[in-house]
Design a binder for this molecule. Structure first.
Ligand SMILES: Nc1ncnc2c1ncn2[C@@H]1O[C@H](COP(=O)(O)OP(=O)(O)OP(=O)(O)O)[C@@H](O)[C@H]1O
Ligand SMILES: Nc1nc2c(ncn2[C@@H]2O[C@H](COP(=O)(O)O)[C@@H](O)[C@H]2O)c(=O)[nH]1
Length: 181
């Protein structure tokens, strides 16, 4: 399953809960050029590989997909090998990626299912992003610009899940992943 949605809608929050609820789930750890936020751990939240490391992964054809995020603020991509291994073992796999990545995976993996995590309202999204306090105002503005494009692309997805409450959204995602309990 592929999960996408605008910055600060709560993707990482619901994914953390999903991983707790579905222990067999293989969550793809992306590679990124951006620096870790406080509390983020290398190899857990991301592989923080820097520009050179990321370029080596592209050159080595190691990524299933990758994209320039938020108008080139950073590059992030999905290492292909762990995904292929998990699918070969028949385990459920979750990617959390941006819209450009979604479009690439749709081409390469037509069987994948795509879920858009939506905010209850634009105002909620802005207050989650500013309330998180991890980006300076210019980066907040870039992320909100991307968010408008992403929100306009919801129709491209198989399912839209509104993150009004983490528990309720996770419940819906679990049922999409493994069926109703
Ligand atoms: N249902 C919810 N209700 C209220 N606040 C929420 C909810 N879900 C997440 N949040 C809060 O919103 C903020 C953004 O969440 P999170 O970092 O998980 O978003 P994200 O989609 O992963 O963002 P990004 O794409 O920028 O990494 C956090 O402060 C989180 O605690
Ligand atoms: N195409 C990809 N997009 C990715 C990947 N990993 C994360 N992302 C997306 O980046 C933005 C910003 O994330 P942040 O952690 O800097 O806030 C968000 O939309 C993610 O979904 C990836 O491997 N490929």
């Amino acid at each position: 399953m592929v999960l996408a949605g605008p910055s600060a809608v709560g993707k990482s929050t619901v994914v953390r809960e999903l991983r707790r609820r579905v222990p067999e789930l293989v969550f793809s750890v992306s590679a990124t050029t951006r620096a870790p936020r406080p509390g983020e751990v290398d190899g857990v939240d991301y592989h923080f590989v820097g520009d050179d490391g990321f370029q080596r992964m592209i050159d080595g054809d190691e990524l299933l997909e990758w994209a320039e995020i938020h108008g080139g603020l950073q590059r992030s991509g999905t290492p292909a090998a762990p995904i292929r291994e998990a699918l070969a073992d028949g385990r459920p796999v979750l990617l959390e990626i941006d819209l450009a990545g979604v479009r690439q995976v749709r081409e390469s993996s037509p069987d994948a299912r795509f879920v858009f995590l939506a905010p209850p309202s634009w105002e909620d999204l802005v207050s989650r992003l500013t309330g998180r306090g991890t980006e300076d105002p210019s980066v907040v503005a870039r992320r909100l610009e991307t968010a408008r494009t992403e929100l306009a692309a919801q129709d491209e997805f198989d399912h839209v899940v509104v993150n009004d409450s983490v528990d309720r959204a996770v419940e819906e995602l679990v049922s999409l992943l493994i069926g109703p309990g």
